[in-house]
Design a binder for this molecule. Structure first.
Ligand code: LHQ
Length: 263
């Protein structure tokens, strides 16, 4: 259910249930998490790209999944879909957010529900012109999950976050970029080349510093200014002791290309 390709130091993961717009079954969720774990554990991997096979990125939870679809039989007790979050979506969202390498989403088509949350939780989000983002949850009586309630207001502010989440309207890639929800929009035919070039660039950069930057920014959202300054000093001190800083500064002074290796 996941196609895995290695391009130099870039690990490409492609959700592969195109017949259902890569909607998440428990099998797909488990395999995606395994693939991310494997990328995290492999020291040769310095960037991960996440995309979808076919015309969609992911339509979110597979609503036909018997564990999720409410039973239509009278008298049957409702299912606790919270278990699915506990065992699949929460570990997945945490995994993406805590990867030891940058994660690029190449959103090739529609990203709906948890599919949108997954994309928006990545470090850089590139989208094809024909891609779209749908906060589909409200339309079926649910709330944004897989990090959606945390991500949306931080990315676009409360007013727009609520507009998107309450109305559940389709947001085109260009509108998503204008709102600051995603970083770049590419012509469809150029998306994958652009995403892979961006990933190769990130892979050639000082991975440990890139990841510490993401982590520091996520952390800073919870801190006051003064505490964030202190936290930067702690992290910067760690970076200063690392090989990549020595190499980066030396390469600059020697007027040569640096060869970074920390992760
Ligand atoms: C699908 C799905 C889908 C199954 C398309 N499931 N088959 C977490 C935990 C627990 C419970 C529930 O939820 C969550 C988090 C969530 O993610 S909730 C949100 C779930 N997602 C949605 O509500 C989106 C449902 N899909 C749609 O609204 C449309 O399919 C979109 C707008 C994404 C795309 O529309 P179209 O381009 O018109 O494509 P389509 O609707 O014709 O879909 C193509 C096929 O994919 C179709 O199958 P078929 O056999 O008829 O060709 C769909 O049934 C199937 N599919 N999404 N989520």
């Amino acid at each position: 259910l996941i196609q895995i390709e290695q391009h130099g130091a870039v690990r490409l993961l492609r959700l592969n249930r195109p017949e259902a717009l890569n909607a998440f079954t428990t099998g797909l969720l488990a395999q995606l998490r395994q693939a991310l774990d494997a990328a995290a554990d492999d020291r040769e991997v310095r960037c991960v790209v996440l995309t979808g096979a076919g015309r969609g990125f992911s339509a979110g939870q597979d609503l036909g999944d018997p564990h999720v679809a409410p039973s239509r039989e009278p008298g049957t007790p409702p299912k606790d879909i919270g278990h699915l979050l506990d065992h699949f979506y929460i570990p997945l969202a945490r995994r993406v957010r805590s990867m030891p390498v940058p994660v690029v989403a190449a959103v090739n088509g529609v990203a709906a529900g948890a599919g949108a949350s997954l994309a928006l939780g990545c470090d850089l989000v590139l989208a094809a012109e024909s891609a779209s983002f749908i906060q589909a949850f409200s339309k079926i009586g649910l709330i944004p999950d897989c990090g959606g309630t945390w991500l949306l207001p931080r990315l676009v502010g409360r007013a727009k976050a609520l507009e998107l989440a309450l109305l559940g309207d389709k947001l085109k890639a260009a509108e998503a970029q204008a709102l600051g929800l995603i970083s770049r929009v590419l012509p469809d035919a150029e998306l994958m080349d652009a995403a892979m070039a961006t990933a190769q660039k990130l892979a050639s950069m000082p991975t440990r510093a890139l990841v510490a930057t993401r982590n520091a920014m996520d952390e800073a959202l919870k801190l006051d200014f003064d505490t964030a300054l202190q936290r930067e000093a702690v992290l910067q001190s760690q970076m200063g002791f690392a090989y990549d800083y020595l190499e980066g500064a030396a390469a600059f002074l020697d007027k040569r290309k640096p060869a970074f290796k920390d992760r």
